[in-house]
Design a protein around this ligand. Structure first.
Ligand code: SF4
Length: 364
């Protein structure tokens, strides 16, 4: 569905189901100039975009932990891969660390949305930390699959990026059974113990197309490769890629709001180029957009990664309006209404009253 977005649409279509208090930046307007181009200017705004249910839950978990236990609350790794979210939570009293041995004994620590290995859980227990697990339930699902297949003595080919926190967490569930496959190019050199006892799983935030290419190559080499019971690439990643695939062929330029370490944001830029965008850039903030990117551009596609608060997209739309791109049309390819319940440690307040976010589900 494509239509002209009203101001209300721009706030709600594809925006987070639960809005959060991510503040706007104090910044200069009118930085981009309205240079005439041949024909009308427009923005095609992807929906869904921005916050997914797992990111929303993780950010709210840190906010609730600060509210309930007071600052500081320690967070292992970036709670979600977004610079603005991390800096905002730091100002509220969160302290981000790389490993739990940097957290004082007995303190509160939140595990990020990307998940942790059992070794990290054990290290937190050894330090008597009060751990709050904000792992996205869709990542936990992949962990459970890994444990189950390892118990069946299967060899697991985990399609994902070496070094990514999610891949480290999943691999840690069954290190002796998991081999990481980074890309289709890895398949040719892969060595397995028993080609008849193989199953593939994947990171949740990959390119759908590239992952299927890897699976096809794997199956060519190992015809008895088993599929996972359901998609591991999550609904949010698939929906955001689906929306940009619709927009890209019409776009002279696509701008993806998202951080450089956000896997799904980086994939959105790649997918945009693959599907016909003449140019594509990823930015953390609207202020990074360069005037020359807009040279001769009539149609700008805009989207954002699953860890990006909507306020950052609105700032980009404001700047594009300054440059003459005030006709904003939403391209809606899916509706999202999923909310995950909070981590169990935060479902009750200090007085024992159940939090409104204690239960998840779908909202309307
Ligand atoms: S991108 Fe997907 S897996 Fe990651 S936090 Fe969001 S819903 Fe969960």
């Amino acid at each position: 569905m494509t239509g002209t977005a009203t101001a209300q649409d721009q706030r709600t279509i594809g925006a987070p189901v639960v809005s959060l208090a991510m503040p706007r930046m104090r910044r200069e307007r009118g930085r981009l100039k309205n240079v005439p181009v041949d024909g009308p200017k427009q923005v095609l705004l992807a929906a869904p975009r921005g916050y997914c249910a797992g990111v929303d839950r993780a950010v709210v978990a840190v906010e609730k932990a600060l509210d309930r236990f007071g600052a500081p609350v320690y967070v292992r790794k970036q709670i979600v891969h977004n610079v603005h979210v991390v800096q905002t939570l730091e100002k509220m009293g969160a302290i981000f660390v790389d490993e739990v041995d940097e957290v004082p004994e007995g303190a509160n620590v939140v595990f990020s949305a990307h998940g942790v290995s059992p070794a990290v859980v054990q290290a937190a227990e050894d330090r008597h930390l009060h751990a709050i697990d904000a792992t996205c339930p869709l990542v936990t699902k992949v962990h459970r699959e890994a444990v189950r297949f390892a118990k069946q003595d299967m060899e697991i080919l985990l399609i994902g990026h070496t070094g990514h926190e999610e891949v480290e967490g999943t691999s840690g569930e069954a290190p002796d059974h998991i081999t990481i496959v980074n890309s289709p190019a890895d398949v040719d050199t892969l060595e397995v113990e028993d080609p008849d006892k193989l199953v593939w799983l994947s990171q949740t935030t990959l390119s759908v197309d590239e992952t299927m290419e890897t699976v096809d190559r794997l199956r060519e080499r190992f015809p008895n490769l088993q599929d996972p019971p359901s998609d591991d690439i999550c609904y949010a990643t698939q929906n955001r890629q689906g929306a940009i695939k619709q927009i890209a062929p019409q776009a002279d330029l696509v701008i993806v709001v998202g951080s450089s370490n956000s896997s799904n944001s980086v994939r959105l830029k790649e997918v945009a180029l693959e599907y016909g965008a003449k140019a594509a850039y990823r930015v953390d903030y609207a202020s990074e957009v360069q005037q020359e990117w807009l040279d001769g551009v009539r149609t700008v596609g805009v989207t954002s990664g699953a860890s990006v608060p909507e306020v950052l997209v609105q700032e980009l739309l404001d700047d594009l309006a300054d440059a003459g791109y005030s006709d904003v049309r939403a391209t809606v390819t899916a509706e999202e209404d999923l909310v995950f319940s909070l981590p169990k440690e935060l479902r009750q307040d200090a007085s024992g009253k159940r939090d409104a976010r204690a239960l998840g589900g779908r909202v309307r």
